[in-house]
Unconditional design. Sequence first.
Length: 245
Amino acid sequence: MTLLRPRYWAGHLTMVVCVGVALVLGLWQLDAWQTRRADAARDLSNLPPVALAEVITGDSGFPGRDLGRPVDFRGTWLEDSTFFIADRYLAERRGFWVVTPVRVDGDGSAIPVVRGWSARAEAPEPTGEVEITGWLQATEGSGPIDEDPTDDVIPMMRLASLVEFVDTDLYSAYVVAREVSTGTTADLEPVTPSAVPEVSGFTALRNFLYAVEWWVFGAFALFIWVRWCRDSVEVPGADEPEPAG
């Protein structure tokens, strides 16, 4: 057959490599998507707490497998840095999360700490050193914008919004406090992992889209190969050697 002749082998090999690479990379991204969603859905809230530094530092990205894990750490409350997350529900009551960042000892970066829930956007400012045990959570992604950047209320626990209140580097995570050694929390109702927004249906969506993109690339390479094979067969005299001279 014409297409089995040696001069066509390079084209066939190129097609096999392109389709194979696209298939493998697509499966890899699909596995990453499934793994990240499974990690986000795991319930680690009842495990014993571990040191925050063993899970995440101020310079590292959020560890998806540790979402909801109890952690403990020491630090210092950042003064005059308390802010409020709007539209947070507790037993069907609408109110605010009260959040104050803590500068973590031995790191220098600060991590936002949800101290509790309040019906109003007001709470005393904590000061001094503190020991905290709480549940590690990932900051939220896209959502409503802050319509009034001048106040201390923001619509979501989004890292880009938090930097407006803190003059230091921030962790790519926050902690929902379970136990606080110092700081005013008596007037606040506790927040539990059940009150944290559920895993989004778009978790790791980028990995899924990358998988689809790779498979589209593989399908396109296969389409080009089929067209090339057809054109090679249909071209008159494609198999004939060129005349000498």
